[in-house]
Design a protein around this ligand. Structure first.
Ligand SMILES: C[S@@+](CC[C@H](N)C(=O)[O-])C[C@H]1O[C@@H](n2cnc3c(N)ncnc32)[C@H](O)[C@@H]1O
Length: 206
């Protein structure tokens, strides 16, 4: 059965995010993606960066089914592992030792504003434990800077998120950076992306 889901934003942003990753990813090792959703990013990046292993994850079974269908569709079964069941708040995350030994990057795309703040805290906390010094945690999505929206469309999006769930909403960059510092990360880069999104690159420094 084909369970592939199609997320329109994902189709739009995958090239730009891939361009950022092309400057960070090494020629070997693994990437752990948190909140992989449909799996469209996973298969795109696995094809674009064949030297690394792209490990997807998601807590929602419909999403994991979609990821598996995308892997099948793109004939990446031999290369790409099946998605892990990771809910960031359920610590410790079930990480296979082979992944842990080769882990270069943890990435989460468009997750922290569509989950309660505890998920951001848990993402940094567990990533801080799993990543060795020099390795990267990357976030992509819309953020506020100095507690202000960087566009009217972001402000409207934030409002709509909060109507859907009062605990959701765009995160403030400075508060995200605080979580980074607490957990042994330094912000290496802030990259402005199309459609008023940011890519935040943190490096483990302890
Ligand atoms: C807006 S979607 C983004 C999906 C994908 N990263 C993308 O950009 O297309 C947010 C994703 O976060 C996942 N998610 C929600 N709560 C989560 C949690 N507690 N831990 C990990 N992922 C979570 C959802 O299942 C969903 O796949």
């Amino acid at each position: 059965m084909d369970h592939r889901l199609f997320f329109s934003a994902t189709q739009r942003n995958k090239i730009y995010i891939g361009d950022v990753l092309s400057k960070i990813l090494l020629k070997k090792g693994s990437v752990l993606e948190i909140g992989s959703g449909s799996g469209e990013h996973g298969v795109e990046f696995q094809k674009r960066f064949p030297e690394i292993i792209w490990q997807t994850s998601d807590p929602v079974s419909e999403h994991r089914k979609s990821i598996i269908s995308w892997i099948d569709h793109e004939k990446l079964n031999i290369k790409m592992p099946k998605p892990l069941v990771i809910d960031v708040t359920k610590i410790p995350w079930p990480i296979p030792s082979k992944l842990l030994d080769t882990l270069q990057v943890i990435i989460s795309i468009n997750m922290v504003h569509i989950t309660p703040w505890e998920c951001t805290e848990a993402l940094f906390k567990e990533s801080g434990k799993l990543l060795n010094c020099g390795k990267f945690l990357i976030l992509y999505g819309p953020f506020k800077i100095e507690n202000k929206h960087i566009s009217v469309s972001n402000e409207l999006f934030d409002k709509s998120l909060k109507i859907e769930n009062k605990d959701w909403g765009l995160r403030n960059l400075e508060e995200v950076n605080k979580e980074a510092i607490i957990n042994g990360f330094q912000q290496k880069q802030l990259i402005k992306m199309p459609a008023n999104n940011l890519t935040l690159i943190y490096q483990k420094v302890t």
